[in-house]
Write a protein that binds this ligand. Structure first.
Ligand SMILES: [Zn+2]
Length: 252
């Protein structure tokens, strides 16, 4: 069951103490290590499962065309080839996986302007660039592997069971990015906007949209953890606004 899992690397910037989770995986970490290639393989299997369980819209669809218009030229992040797709769902979420997959829910696209979407996706790309996604998968896999008594990573296709993938999703959702990683991804989103002539306040505005949706009983349940539970959304928004103002931009 991956449904609930897809908040995964979508940003749950709630205040999560990841230390306990990391400690839980520590014994296994000592037993074996996972290379970057192995993490990429894991992400790929995870994404195949995720894409299979969601309604992935075709390139001809209007949502896909809009996403391609906004993000189409950003095909590489460091050594990663980025592939974008839209999941048809009222859920308000987006996430990046360590294999370069970026998935945006149509519900999020309905809620945001092009500039706001650009910022939110820039934030996800920031996590990729900063290797946060890779680290989250690695930690989560270690925790799940401990539960399954797995003592070595297998790259054999199909070797990772559906049950394990489901548990991995839950671990990913639980082991949210740290506040520091969220602030850094916000800063990356801000720089990404400025470098591409997009409203420097787009990330600030996107955070405000998400806070508003989360505060509305009609839409609250649709805001997947991306920004929903964070006590610190307001702080993030304030920081990003201050960053833009320090650079001489004024909110319009
Ligand atoms: Zn994030």
């Amino acid at each position: 069951m991956l449904g609930a899992a897809l908040v995964l690397s979508g940003c749950t910037s709630k205040l999560v103490d990841t230390n306990a989770a990391i400690q839980a995986g520590a014994a296994v970490v000592q037993a074996f290590t996972i290379t970057d290639d192995q993490v990429a393989s894991l992400c790929k299997q995870y994404m195949a499962e995720s894409d299979g369980q969601n309604t992935k819209l075709p390139a001809s669809n209007a949502y896909m065309q809009r996403l391609t218009r906004i993000m189409g030229k950003f095909k590489n992040i460091k050594e990663l080839n980025v592939n974008y797709a839209v999941y048809q769902s009222e859920t308000i979420n987006a996430f990046a996986s360590g294999d370069g997959s970026v998935r945006v829910y149509s519900g999020l696209m309905d809620a945001m302007t092009d500039d706001e979407l650009f910022a939110v996706i820039g934030h996800e790309l920031g996590h990729l660039k900063n290797k946060d996604v890779r680290d989250a998968y690695r930690t989560s896999y270690m925790i799940v592997a401990a539960r399954y008594g797995i003592s070595a990573f297998s790259q054999t296709a199909g070797a990772i069971s559906q049950g394990l993938l489901g548990d991995l999703g839950q671990a990913l959702a639980t082991n949210a990015y740290s506040r520091k990683q969220e602030f850094e991804a916000d800063a990356a989103a801000y720089q990404f906007c400025v470098a591409n002539g997009v409203d420097p306040f787009a990330m600030y505005k996107a955070l405000n949209v998400l806070m508003r949706l989360n505060g509305d009983s009609q839409t609250q349940s649709k805001v997947l953890q991306m920004f929903s539970t964070h006590p610190d959304s307001a702080e993030r928004a304030a920081r990003i606004k201050a960053m833009a103002e320090a650079d001489g931009y004024r909110l319009k």
